[in-house]
Design a protein around this ligand. Structure first.
Ligand code: MG
Ligand code: ZN
Length: 388
């Protein structure tokens, strides 16, 4: 009897606990489509947001230069991941993104391939196979290391034209980023991959033709948009599409499958600010990414069946905030022009967010996403195919 009373008390405490998954569960309409699995609420959609080169100091600098606040603070679950690659303690973006996308440790420069350069199926490809809609938005070229590792399988990250070609092997529903020239003015062949994508039920447009916000996307088509011929501009020089493109992506992906979606959003240039040892560059890019985080969080809060994960591949610059700093005015130092081996934070919000707390390898992000989606088996499927 005493035990029963205790149990009852415990249950009331749990049900009053304002965890985001609990509150969104409570707010769900009866036919919301949330996947229940043994009483666990599964997310229908997962949005993975990667701030390239975004270590704790990049986040801190953005926060203090933004009146001591960030949208990231709305995320209740925080973890840390270990970034090391198979070829060395200091990872690059290619190996790190391959760890997220395919669950393996691999060598620096690898795009969706293991140490033996064999392709390993990515979470985006698995999502496609599970009838989910998929998308990617980046502020680099769309064939740059981070997005590339979710969709392509190539020995080296600089094989941009081969990576572009790999887009044709998937049914990705939505992508926005730079790098148009790798698709339609190729050096290795005369193919026009934009024409080939259009033949594959894609609407493709670009910055030169029309503004992203003005594009009409038929809901029965996949969609791609090029924001630049090569690298998109830094946000301080006029780029400004990340938030809008992410919102468009969500809207389109919701129409593309009743089963749910997987969307990867990258704030690519926080890393470039780190390589340049340029604090201003880091902060403007960090805040652009955080603005996008705010919009995505807002969607997830309303939607109730979306898990949002925000992390980075590694830290860049050995960035630190030193004596002489004030709120809104920071004195900073760098210890390197390359990446560092720091543990990297993971922020999670939504159904199954709890599984992202703790300290784990970057490859665990892959397993946790699969677990949250409820994908069967261990994953990491090798791809055996003849390349043309
Ligand atoms: Mg990147
Ligand atoms: Zn980098």
């Amino acid at each position: 009897m005493k035990n029963l009373a205790l149990l009852f008390l415990l249950i009331s405490v749990i049900s009053c606990n304002p965890k985001p998954h609990a509150s969104s569960e409570g707010a769900l309409p009866p036919n919301s489509g949330v996947h229940m699995n043994g009483g666990i609420t599964k997310p229908k959609n997962i949005i993975l947001m990667i701030g390239d080169g975004m270590g704790i100091t990049q986040i801190t600098a953005g926060m203090y230069m933004n009146g001591n606040k960030l949208n990231l603070e709305k995320f209740p679950v925080i973890g840390l991941h270990k970034t090391h690659a198979s070829s060395g303690l200091i990872t690059d973006s290619a190996a790190a993104a391959t760890s997220f996308a395919s669950g393996i440790k691999t060598y620096n420069g690898a795009i969706g391939v293991n140490n033996d350069t064999i392709g390993v199926k990515t979470i985006l490809e698995e999502a496609e196979e599970n009838n989910l809609a998929t998308g990617m938005v980046a502020t680099s070229t769309i064939v740059h290391a981070t997005p590339a590792a979710f969709i392509a399988h190539e020995k080296r990250r600089n094989m941009y034209e081969d990576i572009a070609d790999d887009f044709l092997d998937t049914e990705i529903d939505f992508f926005v980023g730079g790098g148009k020239k790798y698709f339609d003015r190729r050096e290795s062949d005369d193919r026009d991959l934009i024409a080939e994508l259009k033949d594959k039920n894609y609407t493709i447009s670009d910055y030169f033709t029309e503004e992203l916000g003005k594009v009409f996307i038929p809901k029965n088509q996949n969609f791609g948009y090029f924001t630049a011929d090569a690298d998109p501009l830094p946000v301080s020089k006029g780029r400004g599409y990340l938030r809008a493109a992410s919102k468009m992506g969500i809207k389109h992906l919701l129409k593309r499958s009743d089963e749910g979606f997987f969307l990867m959003i990258e704030g690519s240039q926080i890393d470039w600010g780190g390589h340049a040892n340029n604090s201003e560059y880091i902060i403007t890019e960090m805040l652009d990414f955080d603005k996008t985080i705010g919009a995505v969080h807002k969607f997830a809060e309303k939607n109730g069946e979306t898990l949002v994960i925000v992390t980075a591949d590694h830290e860049t610059g050995g960035y630190s905030i030193v004596q002489g700093s004030k709120m809104d005015s920071l004195a900073t130092k760098f210890t390197t022009g390359y990446h560092t081996a720091d543990l990297i934070p993971v922020f999670a919000y939504g159904p199954q967010a709890e599984i992202f707390s703790g300290i784990y390898e970057n490859t665990a992000i892959y397993d946790k996403i699969r677990e949250a989606f409820g994908f069967k088996g261990p994953g990491r499927e090798l791809i055996v195919e003849e390349k043309d």
